[in-house]
Write a new protein. Structure first.
Length: 436
């Protein structure tokens, strides 16, 4: 069969990446109705969200390493099939207990698309090509949790909470069909056989290098800026600024379009400027916006200045997320990209949950806690990205088997000891890291 075009595959992978945030945020507006229909408490309904996040974290740790060993497509299709079945069970759930269990399994299955999607991009692309594809995925991942609550609020009354969950079933089916129709195995069969026969005793060491660890922290804290804004925005826009639902939705849409525009700009500029430079510029502008948000919150400024400050804080993240993730995954051996992607995704979920909880502790009548947390996340992200740029990694032994032909791939300050068969791919990844 023909190879899918480069423009189609990132869109399909973007759909896979958006599945999890859509599954968490689409039905939030229906929580009160669910409490009555399922004859449970608010805590019981909230557990359906918590268990999904737990499942998504567990699933990434399972599917990432598994796909490194046997190939990408089989774990991906199995995960999406589980996601479809669990979505149907959740939509039909007669009790909150069934819903909570179904959501846990739904999170496990849905995570396959996120973690394996990133790995498939790194299997086929490196450097600027990887950054462009990952920018599409990161845009979807960032925009979905921004627009999903608005869509859910508009559809809750006409469709009800079960109708919203059936929409998730439709998205799950679409993701599975698109995967089968568009995507192809990105790991060659001989490479899978070699990985099954080889225990890769040194490959995991690339996960302990400064470029990878710093990249993971830089990406996670950049997502923390976005998640702090998302978590607090209902209270900031509606309770503090007094906006109605429609105005609230428009504010969300404007910031989402800003992220899309920044992502498009990043894709165009990635051929001319380093990925780390673009990410640093995005963090710098976002940081200035966050400082402006904090000043507005402390001084009690009106709606206009605060809205502008929030846009400046959120939109530039489109320059950050895809580029940092590309640099991070380029810093590891291609033979552990699935595991590296799993750790990246797990850290994203852990920090997102932590940030949401911290923002909630600040109360509903001030934007200061949101601004402080956004500023802290932006600062940590900038420090991590800067530290990666300053690091001069020591040679990392990726493969240490006695009879395998190895060599050293070098680009700038980066050098990795690797199999001869892996060296062409590693050269592209190292070039991306050095350009950063």
């Amino acid at each position: 069969m023909s190879q899918p075009s480069a423009s189609i595959a990132p869109a399909t992978l973007g759909l896979l990446a958006a599945a999890a945030p859509l599954s968490t945020d689409l039905y939030l507006a229906a929580f009160p109705a669910m409490t009555g229909d399922l004859q449970t408490t608010a805590v019981g309904v909230q557990m359906s969200l918590t268990t999904f996040l737990i499942g998504a974290g567990i699933g990434q740790v399972l599917f990432g390493p598994w796909s490194d060993r046997i190939g990408r497509m089989k774990p991906l299709v199995i995960g999406l099939a589980v996601y479809v079945v669990a979505s149907v069970v959740a939509a039909l759930a007669p009790t909150v207990a069934v819903l909570v269990i179904a959501r846990l399994i739904q999170g496990i299955g849905g995570s396959a698309g996120m973690v394996i999607g990133r790995a498939m991009i790194l299997d086929r692309h490196s450097g600027v090509g990887a950054a462009k594809a990952l920018n599409v995925m990161m845009a979807m991942t960032g925009i979905a949790p921004v627009l999903a609550p608005l869509l859910g609020a508009l559809l809750t009354e006409p469709l009800g909470w079960r109708g919203l969950l059936w929409i998730l079933v439709g998205l799950a089916v679409l993701a599975l069909i698109s995967t089968l129709a568009v995507l192809r195995e990105s790991l060659p069969r001989d490479e899978c056989d070699r990985r099954r026969a080889d225990h890769q005793p040194g490959a995991w060491r690339s996960l302990l290098t400064v470029p990878y660890i710093g990249g993971v922290l830089g990406f996670a804290f950049a997502m923390g800026v976005l998640m702090a804004y998302i978590s607090a925005s209902p209270f900031v826009y509606q309770e503090i600024l007094g906006f109605g639902e429609i105005t609230y939705g428009l504010c969300f849409a404007v910031n989402a379009l800003g992220m899309v525009a920044a992502t498009a700009v990043s894709s165009r500029l990635s051929a001319r400027y380093s990925l780390r430079g673009l990410a640093g510029a995005g963090l710098a502008v976002s940081g200035l916006g966050v400082i402006a948000v904090l000043v507005c919150a402390l001084l009690g400024a009106g709606a206009g200045p605060l809205l502008v400050a929030l846009f400046v804080a959120v939109a530039p993240l489109g320059l950050v997320l895809g580029n940092v993730s590309a640099l991070t995954l380029a810093a590891v051996s291609p033979r552990v990209v699935g595991l590296a992607s799993a750790v990246l995704g797990l850290m994203q979920f852990v920090l997102a949950g932590t940030v949401a909880a911290l923002v909630g502790l600040g109360g509903e009548d001030t934007a200061v806690p949101m601004a402080v947390i956004m500023l802290g996340c932006a600062a940590f992200s900038a420090v991590a990205v800067f530290a990666v740029g300053r690091a001069r990694p020591q040679e990392t032994e990726v493969v240490e088997t006695g009879v395998v032909e190895t060599g050293v791939v070098e680009t700038g300050d980066y050098s990795i000891t690797a199999r001869a068969a892996d060296q062409p791919r590693l050269a592209g990844s190292l070039e991306a890291a050095a350009r950063g």
